[in-house]
Design a protein around this ligand. Sequence first.
Ligand code: PGA
Length: 226
Amino acid sequence: MKYFIANWKANKNADDALAWSDDFLKLTEKSEKVKNLLERKLIKVIICPPLTLIYPLKERIKRITNICLGCQNFSLYEKGAYTGENPVQSLVGIAEYAIIGHSERRLKFGEDQETVNKKIDLAQKYGIEPIVCISCKKEWDSLKKPVKLVAFEPLEAIGSGNNMPVKKVIDFRQNLKINDGTEFIYGGSVNEKNIPQYALSDRINGFLVGGASLDPLSFFNIIKES
Ligand code: PGA
């Protein structure tokens, strides 16, 4: 199975999100190829919008198999008197996946490895699959538990247009010595033009797409071209 993960970051309001989903679903339903891959569960699409947009999207996307929702973050606190926090339990039944350890959280919000490990525990406790982002081997080595999805996102490739060449991505994967139970995702300036080079490799099990996921056609083309 190949994963296509849309990370909208802090973009879009409810109207934008619903318009995006209408356009994306129409494109998908019109494409025999993509529809077929989804129905046969050969690909999975995970849309990760800002938290408040998850619920309205849930209703829209349910008509197509293997398209689901993820969150970009959740609270480090499990429950209780933490005004303003979004606990992971509030996502149960809505989000199936959670991006954890994105470099923007690490660098702009001071999330350290202990936080990342704690969030992995919380997500797994509530049945939400972590998508753990790493930008270097040290972050991989600091994970306390096996995870099913790891997303390698080199810092210099994120949002820069400088996607890492496929050979370097595969070398990085090799160096991690990941086991068969872990899917290896690449993220960093993936777009519809550079996707074919990655898609040819069976060492890369999916893509985490930021900027190019904001436009439904670009995101759809990434899936179609791969
Ligand atoms: P990008 O972002 O595709 O815009 O580089 C990827 C990410 O930060 O997840």
